[in-house]
Design a protein around this ligand. Structure first.
Ligand code: UFG
Length: 331
């Protein structure tokens, strides 16, 4: 007997595919719905897959008419901060307008539970060391704006229509499937750990540190890296609560521990037993110098404890990349 039917939109992507796999291991039945714009069919380890776009009301309607869905998990989004500055239309369309189509279609079919992937980018430049859920929300890029706007819609739909949600603000998601069943995606990466590993894999080509003059312990930016399996664990705990009738909640998901870019480089060197080819470059536009989560609320209310270290995140990402070696040559 399954614990419930969950629609995983964006379930062929980096985080969605890991959560989908763990939902099944936890006894849920899942249907993955993904337009494969950045995700890959090969990352979907479960049986039911529908290729479709969340902005396509007809496709969603067709799906909702033929399947009973207990809750939706929504991972489908564009996530490149720099691109969102250059092309805000794309972000407001794909992350905001299409999410509204998904929510409105859910309501038409009386589906009133959703887990939403939000981001630390909604906070903008942090005003204090550890960022809790109530920290001022002033995004500095369209990506963060688009996610914050969806959070506002969720809040208003909850009040007006009884839509219950759990919104997770991820800090820096990292790692790979420890069981090595999900290959690393072939998409072009901009995030630090996969960039370093990909460059290493591709003949140790040069990686750049963006900015070495920040007011941090070694001059490089500090981030809170969190393993995708720890994120998956929080999602399942949040889902269990929602299905039991919990009220809507927002949670910041991070380890509460910050690493500088240079510390990440050193850790990658140790894990891969190599010496990365590194150059120091200017700051990247829009980078806050420090982003660290205060994860107390998720730990207390969800009984969530992140398990994985930075070393394990790098090891698991490295192994997952080796699994998809043939793709990397094409990047
Ligand atoms: N960095 C480099 N060189 C690179 C890539 C990144 O020095 O080649 C630096 C960045 O300047 C930054 C740090 O490494 O200081 C982390 O950068 P990432 O691109 O890996 O991640 P961001 O912190 O910019 O953003 C990530 C996600 C966002 C999310 C945010 C929340 O990509 O979607 O975390 O913390 F909003």
């Amino acid at each position: 007997m399954s614990k419930g039917s969950i629609l995983v939109v964006g379930g062929a992507g980096y985080i969605g595919s890991q959560v989908n796999k763990e939902l099944c291991e936890a006894g849920y039945h899942t249907i993955v719905f993904d337009n494969l714009s950045t995700g890959s069919r090969e990352t979907v380890t479960t049986d039911e897959f529908v290729e479709g776009d969340i902005g396509d009301e007809r496709a969603l309607t067709e799906l909702f008419c033929r399947t009973d869905i207990d809750a939706v998990m929504h991972f489908a989004a564009d996530i490149d901060v720099g691109e969102s500055v250059r092309n805000p239309q794309k972000y407001y369309n794909n992350n905001l307008v299409k999410t509204k189509v998904l929510l409105d279609t859910m309501l038409k079919h009386d589906i009133k539970k959703i887990i939403f992937s939000s981001t630390a980018a909604i906070f903008g430049i942090p005003e204090k060391g550890l960022i809790d859920e109530d920290h001022l929300q002033l995004p500095i890029n369209p990506y963060g704006e688009s996610k914050l706007m969806v959070e506002r819609i969720l809040r208003d739909y909850d009040k007006a229509y009884g839509l219950r949600y759990c919104s997770f603000r991820y800090f820096n998601a990292a790692g790979g499937d420890p069981q090595q069943k999900i290959p690393y995606l072939k998409q072009k990466e901009t995030n630090l750990i996969p960039v370093l590993l990909r460059n290493l894999k591709n003949g140790n080509s040069r990686s750049t540190i963006f900015g070495t003059d920040y007011p941090t312990r070694d001059g490089t930016c500090v981030r809170d890296y969190i393993h995708i399996c720890d994120l998956a664990d929080a999602h399942i705990k949040g889902l269990n609560q929602l299905l039991k009738g919990a009220v809507s909640r927002v949670y910041n998901l991070g380890n509460g521990k910050g690493y500088t870019v240079k510390e990440v480089v050193d850790a990658v060197n140790r894990v891969t037993n190599s010496t990365l080819n590194i150059t120091e470059g200017p700051r990247r536009e829009g980078d806050p110098h420090t982003l660290i989560a205060d994860g107390t609320k998720a730990k207390t209310e969800l009984k969530w404890t992140p398990r994985y270290s930075l070393k394990e995140m790098i090891e698991h990402a490295w192994n997952a990349m080796k699994l998809s070696g043939e793709f990397l040559e094409q990047i």
